[in-house]
Design a protein around this ligand. Sequence first.
Ligand SMILES: [Zn+2]
Length: 126
Amino acid sequence: MLRSALRLRCPRCGVGPLYAKPFRMHPNCRQCGLQFEREQGYFVGAIYINYAATVAIAVPGFFLLDAFTGMTINQQLALWVPFAIIFPLLFFHHSRSLWLVLDHLFNPAKSLYGVPPQKSPNLEKH
Ligand SMILES: [Zn+2]
């Protein structure tokens, strides 16, 4: 499941891609029909993951550079402020993917709603 997340694939089937294009998700898995955004504001959890990852790199990074290099505070800020802006953008896709995997692991779609997940429009055409 974690491998699906890293490959930006559906957490349930591992086949359907999450993204139609950069920063634009499919509403459902094209393979198994799993609805990705279960409710409005669903991906706020992904923002927490993104924030945690940014802090988990920047804070130890700051102290490591402070301990082992002669960088001044201004040089450190010139490094870490752009990092804190750019990294969350680069990590955006994977933070949502990781959030989907975590939610799917602890809250599978079926047990949460008691109804089968929606079928993909592609699968309904016969
Ligand atoms: Zn799927």
